[in-house]
Structure formats: structure tokens, C-alpha cells
Design a protein around this ligand. Sequence first.
Ligand code: ADP
Ligand code: MG
Length: 382
Amino acid sequence: MNVNTLAEKFTDIYSIEPQGMSSAPGRVNIIGEFTDYNDGFVLPCALEFRTVVLFRAREDTIVNVHSLDYPTEKESFSVAGKITTGPSQWGNYIRAIVFVLKRAGYSLPGMDILIDSNVPQGAGLSSSAALEVAVCGAFNHVADLGLTAQRIAVYGQEAENDFMDCQCGIMDQLISVKGDEGKALLIDCQSLETETISIPEDLMLVIINSNYPRKLVDSEYNQRRLDCEQAAAKLGVETLRNTTMDKLVSIASKLTINELKRARHVISENNRVIKATEALQRNDIDSLRELMSASHLSLKHDFEVTVPETDGLVEICQNVLGDKGAVRMTGGGFGGAIVCLCRSEDVLKVKSAVDENYEKQFNLKADVYVCKAGDGLKVISL
Ligand code: ADP
Ligand code: MG
């Protein structure tokens, strides 16, 4: 929805005009899966899909929130006193941001908020991070908190970890804040240093959501994180970033099979991210294909987070693209999406192959999104 129409809606609801607009994108991860919470490397890019938050500070302590995606539900709570979870599932993301900002010692005003988004939800494109970052950007603006990009990302992650009980890493929020049009971002999740990497003009990002119903995702996700932590402890390091494949092989017998497999994925995936970054800079689709394919197999066999539906989608795309594209699952796994890098002339072939084969094989319809890399968080006064 365009800003003027959205601003009119805001005024209809709150009988006052919005004072500002904060917007943040969803993201797709090109490579580097489950490496972020192991202090490793990731290579995501922000998408052109964005979550827009219109806002106005209030004189009192009440935060009111409407989302156009949930027209029958209104969220409302006070920033004064203890912040606890409320009855609205999506409203909790806004409470989560207030919770972490208050915990960090900031005092916040009440605020009227209207949310509009075209980031697909639950598709592995991180609509939750887009929402957290946009809301945090809004509070940063009205309360003049002076937060750096990195701090906004960290508060978004803490909101998800400490309030929403999802033990995600920093990637989704950091790319949502720092995304850059036409560019991917190499993130070192240990130092939080970032480097922008241009995506060649003729390389398209095709994201395909399997629409496989994700179940038990958080508990499985959190279990993988635990496996990694236990493997690191047995390797005598704080995180898997600080070890090597040789070291892992040398103490393999001391690890459970799951610890060994999870660690093998993380260590090998970190190497692939660095190589894929170089390949992207060279516009070298052959190397990207090999690296993304190896990443997918590692996620399937060692990290065990793929499902037949995402494996099937990867196979369908690989079959139609041959040596002209690079494909793998992306995001948190257990369903969700796959990402495909290919030349623009091959996008239609991918779409028809998915149309022809996926539903036939899996009795589900896939959603296909053809995207370019978009910008990160933007906050403006209206
Ligand atoms: P993903 O981040 O992969 O899209 P999640 O399950 O982590 O999936 O986050 C999706 C949740 O984020 C939604 O169920 C909802 O609670 C919240 N959310 C995302 N976008 C919006 C929106 N536009 N309005 C309200 N809530 C949203
Ligand atoms: Mg999410």
C-alpha cells in the first residue's frame, strides 16, 4: 500500500496523523545456514519485500498496534510496569521489543502504530526480523535513543531469544538493518563486521516457498543449537567458529553422532561461505552451484533440517537449470523455502518446472518469488 493511503488509514484508526515511518526488509540467505549462532559467516541479502510501520508517540504510556494483516485483532499494552506476553501472537513481537529496550535501561513513551507488510510470513524470509527491526527503528526515532544499526539488530535478536523463545542468531536482524540495494552482505557473526558484496546484475534470486506446514520448528531449532554448543564444549572451544575439521576428526569418538554431524555441517559451511563470497564477486556460477549444492546436502544429511518437499524443490530446480544455476534450501529449515541463483533468461523455466512437478509430487502448491536485493532499515519523519 502506498504511504499516503496508509497514512490515511492511520488517521482513520487513531484520529491523528502519523509522525514517522519506519520500514525494514525481509531477507534471503544465499549461503551460511546455522552458522550465525556458532559465531561463523553468513551471506544474506535483504529483499525488496518490506514491513512498514507508521507511528506517533503518545502522551501516555499506552502502545496501540494495528496490523493490516490481522484486521480483527488489536494489540494494546502499557510500557509502564512489567512487560509480559499477551493474547495476540503477533502482538508479542512488539511487546518483545519494548521488553528488551526497557531491560537495557531506556525509557519509552507510549505509541500508536500501524503495520503493513508484503514480506510473506512463515516462509523463511524472516518477516519476524523485519517487524522487530522496523518497530525498534520506530522507538529509536521517537525516544531519540541514538541506537547504532548494530544495536538495533542485537535488540531484535534479543527480542526473539529472550521474549519469543526462539534461539535464532543475529543474521536476520543484522541484514534487515544493514541491507544494501543490489548487494549481499558478508557477516562475520563473531565480530559483527560486515562487507557488502555486489550481486552481478544478470543474476536473479528466485525464492520458492514449499508451503510445507512447519511443525515443532522452534523446539527442533533450539535442539540443533544445543547440539552445537555441546560439540563445541567437547572440542574445548567457546563456539564452533574457533575450531577446525582436523580437530573435529581427531576427537570424533568423544562426540555423539548428532554432535559430530552438526559440528561437521557448521565447520564445512563456514568454509563454503568464504568460497561462495569469492565466487559471487567473480560472477562464477559454476563454483556457486557446487558450493550451494554441497551446502544443501550438508543440511540434509548432517544438520538434518530438510524435508522431502524442500529436497524435492531443489531437485526440480537443479534438473531444469543443469549447470546454469545454483540451488539450496534457505532459512530455518523443516520446510520453508529454497533459493535459486540463475540468469534472468532461465527464471521462466524454473517457474514452469515447479508448476509442472511440485504439486504432482507433493500435493502442495509452491509460491515463487523473483527478487532483487533491497535496502535495509529506513526511518523518516512524515
Ligand atoms: P518468518 O520470520 O520466517 O516469516 P516467523 O514464524 O519467525 O516466520 O514469524 C512470523 C510471525 O511474525 C507471524 O506469525 C506474526 O506473528 C509476525 N509478523 C510478521 N509480519 C507481521 C505483520 N505484518 N503483522 C503482524 N505480525 C507479523
Ligand atoms: Mg522468523
